[in-house]
Design a binder for this molecule. Sequence first.
Ligand SMILES: *[C@@H]1O[C@H](CO)[C@@H](O)[C@H](O)[C@H]1NC(C)=O
Ligand SMILES: *[C@@H]1O[C@H](CO)[C@@H](O)[C@H](O)[C@H]1NC(C)=O
Ligand SMILES: *[C@@H]1O[C@H](CO)[C@@H](O)[C@H](O)[C@H]1NC(C)=O
Length: 373
Amino acid sequence: MASDLSSTFVITIIAISFLSLAPIHPVLAKNPCQFPAIFNFGDSNSDTGGLSAAFGQAPPPNGLSYFGSPAGRYCDGRLLIDFIAESLGLPYLSAFLDSVGTNFSHGANFATAASTIRPQNITLSRGGFSPISLNVQFYEFNDFHKRSQVVRKRGGVFETLMPKKEHFSSALYTFDIGQNDLTAGYFSNMSTDQVKAYVPDVLNQFQTIIQAGPVGCLPYMMDRIPVLASQIDVHGCATPFNDVAQFFNQGLKKTVERLRKDLVDAAITYVDVYSLKYSLISQGRKHGFKKPLRSCCGHGGKYNYNKNLGCGAKVNKHGKEVWVGAACEDPSSAVIWDGIHFTQAANKYIFEGIVDGSFSDPPTPLNMACYRN
Ligand SMILES: *[C@@H]1O[C@H](CO)[C@@H](O)[C@H](O)[C@H]1NC(C)=O
Ligand SMILES: *[C@@H]1O[C@H](CO)[C@@H](O)[C@H](O)[C@H]1NC(C)=O
Ligand SMILES: *[C@@H]1O[C@H](CO)[C@@H](O)[C@H](O)[C@H]1NC(C)=O
């Protein structure tokens, strides 16, 4: 492990868990952190094109509110990670798995939609979960860490496409994963107690990967873990799932405390994305959101959501293809995009809630995440 004391390692965890890990800077003059790059790990909450590159592009109308066409995101526009990149003055992250038109000069994104922390042991077609689980994302990161520098040394255009060596030790590392580990159990017909029983194993694997992963190749570990849980009981959402989510988050908080002790050179922040998403759904109307639980893009039912006819779905009616999974008229007033993911407007709301640190522990603004309290 390099011992570059001038740099810190910052981690942020969002969603069911959002953790950011940043290199620590000496707390002399508290200027905003200058993160030259972001390396992200996660699931669909932060996938900017990984699953699309490997398993087929997210269909239209994804991307319609901002990119104008599908952009590898399961959203009408930008994700939380996009707003974070914007706020740090960095370009949107290219997906590591995308081999077309990517530019990694300011970071890379290893997230794929439907990723879990634990490997799922079943294929995507059978289980619906991405084979690119968190451990695989770290293999990719380690490979990228080494080979990007070999490629960069070729000079010319390659130099402009790969991050500088020193970016690795001063980048913001973000983790936005965990939700699918919980739903995986429910989808295989486990009871809430059975799901709860394996949560410690999920957290252990998470801790092992963080310790062996970025911290193995980077001098420090980051300081932010936002945790976002989304569905709410009194507002018609599944209570047991939220209980498990909170159970997971409590465990995550303890995991973070252990990581802080073990990784003395890291600044780790935990962000309570659970409360943030809860407030979005419970008080959404106050913030201009209409029907907070109703999916904007979908087809049928109380929630405009049908798992067999999702956003972008087409059906054959009398020999004609009819688009049934269309977007609602005004995605900017919707919270839920496709029954699973949040809209750009919701992502922006979530971003605004975490950027100032009011949902973080310690309560540090995002651009101060490189300082260890
Ligand atoms: C996958 O298989 C391994 C080895 O049998 C096991 O340790 C792990 O818990 C399994 N993963 C899940 C999600 O069941
Ligand atoms: C890659 O992105 C960086 C930063 O935006 C830019 O300066 C560089 O020219 C880009 N490289 C190519 C080949 O487009
Ligand atoms: C779960 O239960 C349902 C209903 O009994 C069944 O159709 C489905 O195949 C089960 N799924 C798994 C993964 O066992």
